[in-house]
Design a protein around this ligand. Structure first.
Ligand code: FE2
Length: 140
């Protein structure tokens, strides 16, 4: 499974959010690595937990910026974040219940990577473009 790399095509108008996206991608790559190295269900689950905690923190940063700038798509965007968290949590439950196979870990990870890249290139960049249009690119 290929690792993902942050590049400029994933950039939005907010530097802090770009930095957090890089970190989140690192967390996903950690999961990838844990699976590749067949570190066992317990360790793989731990890397999932780290990623979920970080995703939570990151989503709230994005949402704070959206509230602060009265972004009209805020509710929809927040819903996407919530759906992601619910999806990940239910996948992790399946992973625990179904015996934590490597195949399942791989498919969860592939799903997460695809979701994240699609979300950044979609909803997150839309937010960035909206900030840009309003003349408020947030370079910290
Ligand atoms: Fe987002």
């Amino acid at each position: 499974m290929a690792k993902i790399k942050w590049d400029k095509s994933l950039s939005i108008c907010v530097e802090l959010v770009d930095e957090q996206h890089k970190m989140l991608i690192d967390k996903l790559n950690d999961i990838n690595q844990a699976i590749e190295q067949t570190l066992g269900a317990e360790k793989i689950l731990k890397t999932f937990d780290f990623m979920i905690d970080y995703a939570d923190f990151h989503f709230s940063t994005e949402e704070k910026h959206m509230i602060a700038h009265e972004y009209p798509e805020y509710k929809e965007h927040r819903k996407a974040h919530q759906e992601f968290k619910e999806m990940v949590n239910s996948m992790i439950e399946d992973f625990k219940e179904e015996g934590a196979t490597e195949g399942l870990a791989r498919s969860i990870n592939t799903y997460l990577m695809n979701w994240l890249v699609k979300h950044i290139k979609g909803e997150d960049q839309q937010f960035g473009a909206w900030l840009d249009k309003k003349g408020i690119c947030l370079k910290d």
